[in-house]
Design a protein around this ligand. Structure first.
Ligand code: C2O
Length: 594
């Protein structure tokens, strides 16, 4: 369905043609970019509604078994779970909560991240939404006014004051520890470490987490309509640390940030821990390209957006969704301290605070960042096609544990967090210029000569991705009809991707490009997508494991490049970070139903 996108040459770089409510006004480029002027024009226009309605019907009628088979195809058989043993991830057992690890295999987090234990652990009830009169509206952080900022600062400093009672679950540190416990291996589920990242739990976990965080802040200033701000990094005006977080001494400030985030530096949404080697204008252009790829090109199917199936008994980290991959992880990396740098008293940085999951919640901007991640879930669903919530019961019935603003413990379910308005909040709309940032073919580009490239059988396995590689790969079908494309997505799949998960990882993938491709300029049709990873607790990346699959939906791309009729295409993989530690078992192109 991504293929309903058509290219049209337009003189204005941004023109809306989707139904999104947030496209009420179409900004001029000069309004969008903070520095400099764009002088390029872009071919844009992507209709992603209308004729996609019919496809929703198809998705609904897919029976569960086919769905599972499809997932096996999407995410590798290693991660497929037999139907009988499938069971949703339950709320963590607080009795088993123990020390968390900063990095896989240690060192340990020097304090306990576990929440206070409720009186009767076995009788924690399911959450009921309190009655509400007015929606909480979450504003874009860069546009918040002084009055709002003053309230937010006050609420946060009151939350910090609660830290004097370490048993108060509403305290700022306790709130940060929620992330540490769920993400750095403090909980065990069925003998395996619980991990809410790199799987389909990513979006719902963080949504619930922010929900309670926001209610606690609101209650501390007696404002039941208080809404968290969101870091609007998908819009050029929001592509820097929101100024309210950049005031030393304020409750919203965090000492443990990379100094480069200060004073309005443009954020690199693909940041991988090194200086961005391009201009600020190109960085913003790359950012919008990343957004287009992750929200549209690479996420036509729900599982691609949400992440891989993860149930009781499976290993953690089965595979991340597009937005978790980029820009979620790079924003963490960009904001946190440089790994290995001195944090004072001879303590070496592990990326604290934002660049490591155990400490990320200690930076108030974490919740602002995740506000926008959460907003992308809503935006994605408004994009049409097959973009809708998962219907798998094992996802819907997965549970988490949280305390509310009255210090009451609750179990919450994924099924209850699918509609933010029902939960009592919504996002103040902002334009989404990435929707119209579809890269286009330059007239000069032709087809790369695949005959001179090694085929996948020769190019793989790749033991060390320490330099760019190019190879040719066969397609299972060419010249597919629109109907065939609607039914099956063409997936470029890298199997058995392994790397040192204590490192920052990033590599980029290009189609129909050779090794001379300029990987600092992503606003080109040949750029297929990137893979990133933040150091965190894994269970399945040890040497005996099979690694993770990484796949890119390329149906739209092949049309845009003009390769739909080719049997063989050229692929180039460019390592950007951690390449010496990356190995890849193989690559193939598959046709997969959503
Ligand atoms: Cu739970 Cu942004 O990480």
């Amino acid at each position: 369905m991504a293929s309903v996108c058509n290219s049209t040459t337009l003189n204005t770089p941004f023109t809306s043609s989707t139904k999104s409510s947030s496209l009420a006004s179409t900004p001029k480029p000069s309004q969008l970019f903070l520095h400099g002027k764009r002088n390029q024009t872009f071919k844009v226009s992507c209709k992603v509604s209308n004729n996609d309605q019919n496809q929703n019907v198809e998705t609904n009628s897919v029976d569960r078994r086919n769905m599972l088979l499809g997932l096996g195809g999407l995410y590798g058989v290693a991660n497929a779970v037999p139907l009988a043993s499938a069971a949703p991830v339950p709320a963590p057992d607080l009795k088993s909560c123990s020390k968390a690890e900063i990095n896989p295999g240690g060192p340990e987090v020097p304090y306990l991240c576990c929440p206070p234990k409720p009186d009767d652990l076995d009788k924690v009830p399911y959450y009921k939404f309190p009655s509400m009169t007015k929606l909480r509206i979450r504003p874009p952080a860069h546009a918040a006014d002084e009055e709002y900022i003053a309230k937010y600062k006050l609420a946060t400093s009151r939350m910090r004051e609660l830290d004097t009672n370490p048993n108060d679950p509403r305290g700022f540190k306790q709130q940060a520890n929620i992330h540490c416990a769920y993400c750095n291996g403090a909980y065990m589920i069925d003998g395996k470490k619980l991990q809410v990242h790199e799987s389909w739990l990513f979006f719902p976990f963080h949504r619930w987490y922010l929900y309670f965080y926001e209610r606690i802040l609101g209650s501390l200033i007696d404002d039941p309509t208080f809404g968290l701000p969101y870091w609007n990094w998908d819009h050029p005006k929001g592509m820097r640390l929101p100024p309210m977080f950049d005031v030393p001494g304020s409750s919203l400030y965090d000492e443990r940030r990379n100094p480069h985030v200060r004073n309005g530096t443009i954020i690199d949404l693909g940041s991988f821990g090194e200086e961005t080697k391009t201009t600020q204008l190109q960085t913003m252009t790359n950012n919008l390209t990343h957004m287009y790829r992750q929200m549209i090109t690479n996420s036509p199917c729900p599982m691609l957006f949400f992440g891989a199936r993860y149930v009781k008994g499976t290993d953690p980290n089965p595979g991340q969704g597009t937005i978790e991959n980029i820009p979620h992880t790079p924003v963490h990396i960009w904001t946190g301290t440089v790994r290995g740098s001195d944090l004072g008293n001879g303590v070496k940085s592990n990326g604290e605070n934002m660049g490591n999951f155990y400490s990320a919640g200690l930076d108030p901007v974490f919740y602002c960042h995740h506000g926008n991640v959460d907003r992308m879930w809503n935006e994605w669903k408004q994009t049409g096609g097959k973009r809708r919530d998962l219907t798998d019961k094992d996802w819907l019935n997965s549970e988490f544990f949280f305390y509310d603003e009255n210090q009451n413990p609750w179990r919450v379910r994924v099924r209850d967090c699918l509609d933010t308005k029902k939960m009592g909040y919504d996002y103040a709309p902002m334009p989404t210029p990435w929707r119209n940032f579809k890269p286009v073919r330059k007239t000069t580009t032709g087809k790369v000569n695949t005959g001179s490239l090694p085929p996948t059988s020769k190019a793989f396995p790749v033991a060390k991705l320490d330099k760019a590689i190019s190879f040719s790969i066969n397609r299972p079908a060419s010249s597919r009809t629109q109907k065939e494309k609607n039914e099956q997505e063409e997936m470029l799949t890298f199997n058995g991707v392994k790397y040192d998960d204590r490192e920052y990882i990033r590599f980029d993938v290009f189609l129909n490009a050779d090794k001379t491709v300029n990987a600092n300029e992503l606003d080109k049709v040949e750029f297929a997508g990137s893979y990133t990873s933040l150091p965190h607790v894994h269970a399945n990346h040890d040497s005996s494991s099979e690694g993770v699959p990484f796949q890119l939906a390329i149906t739209e791309l092949l049309e845009d490049i003009g390769l739909e009729d080719e049997d063989t295409i050229a692929v180039t993989v460019v390592p950007k970070a951690g390449g010496e530690t990356i190995s890849i078992q193989g690559a193939e192109i598959k046709l997969v139903g959503c």
